[in-house]
Design a protein around this ligand. Structure first.
Ligand SMILES: [Zn+2]
Length: 308
């Protein structure tokens, strides 16, 4: 059994997974609930130990928002959500408390490993995994291995690729970054600001996508979204020479509406080997992907290129 933990801004997810990736146990705890104890780090560690109590664990891993030093097992930039880890060797802390080999990784990379090994990417030896959430996360699998290097940001920054140098200023210093247009949060804000009539329903974006074919104003905004996203995707595909891409995030509940034209636009523009087919598929594991990926991080380098 392996334990995977996904530390997000609001919730911490814990999962126990068998070797074939099936979840044996899954739980989600609010960060605020653990913080109420007065020592979030200590409460988090004990929550993990309690979750795994009585199980025979082989290894585990923690997926974190922000930039991590996977080799040292520390957090480099916590994006303001996890200052409890400042100066802490997270990997060693969990490894010693749980008594198992333990890994620390950026959550987008862990998500990519999860989808590649057990989700929508099982058939691919090389695939880019992009998630449209609060921002735009990115992880890259190249020739059967997660792309990492001595630089902690390698392969991660799909959201901070500019698609318009005259666009709005981004917090990173660039203008017109992809995530200013295509993160789920930004796009939803834009849709609701333009079409306030969508606001009161529980899932306004799903209604937006569902009605885009019959409402010309919605249709135009959808087309702009697809145009913008296609430029970002072509950029990352060209950068890595990879023609397979998994798109994740809540927006993909409407993948049947979003993907056909997106694939068409990317195919037209991607300067890949000419006969290479562009393949864009929705993620399959939902919000468990980073958790599963974290559980199998120690194994991700060992897969053979044709082992599927
Ligand atoms: Zn940016």
């Amino acid at each position: 059994m392996r334990i995977g933990i996904d530390f997000g801004g609001t919730n911490i997810k814990f999962g126990l997974f068998a070797e074939d990736g099936t979840a044996q146990k899954f739980a989600s705890v609010r960060v605020a609930e653990l913080a109420a104890s007065g020592n979030l780090l200590c409460a988090f560690l004990e929550q993990a130990a309690g979750f795994a109590a009585g199980e025979t664990l082989r290894s585990g891993g923690l997926a974190m928002k922000g930039v991590v030093d996977r080799n040292k097992g520390t957090l480099i930039n916590d994006m303001g959500i996890a200052n409890i880890f400042a100066g802490v060797n997270v990997r060693r802390l969990f490894s010693e408390r749980l008594g198992i080999p333990f890994s620390l990784e950026n959550d987008a990379r862990a998500y990519a490993v999860g989808e590649w090994k057990f989700g929508a990417g099982k058939a691919f030896d090389s695939v880019i995994v992009m998630t449209l959430g609060t921002g735009v996360g990115c992880g890259v699998i190249l020739d059967g291995q997660l792309l990492v290097s001595a630089s902690p940001t390698t392969g991660l920054l799909g959201g901070h690729i500019s698609i318009d140098r005259n666009g709005p200023e981004c917090s990173c210093g660039l203008r017109g970054c992809l995530e200013l247009y295509c993160s789920a949060a930004r796009f939803e804000n834009q849709v609701l600001a333009t079409f306030p009539e969508l606001g009161p329903v529980p899932v306004p974006l799903q209604r937006f996508f569902a009605e885009a074919a019959v409402n010309p104003a919605y249709g135009r905004m959808l087309q702009t979204f697809q145009e913008n996203l296609s430029i970002g995707i072509v950029n990352v595909m060209n950068a890595y020479g990879v023609n397979n891409l998994i798109l994740g995030g809540g927006l993909m509940k409407s993948h049947r509406i979003i993907l056909p034209r997106l694939v068409e636009l990317v195919t037209r523009r991607a300067w890949l080997i000419p006969e290479t087919r562009v393949c864009i598929v929705p993620a399959a594991l939902g919000d468990q992907a980073a958790c599963i990926g974290a559980a199998f991080l120690d194994q991700q380098d060992t897969r053979k290129c044709n082992d599927h």
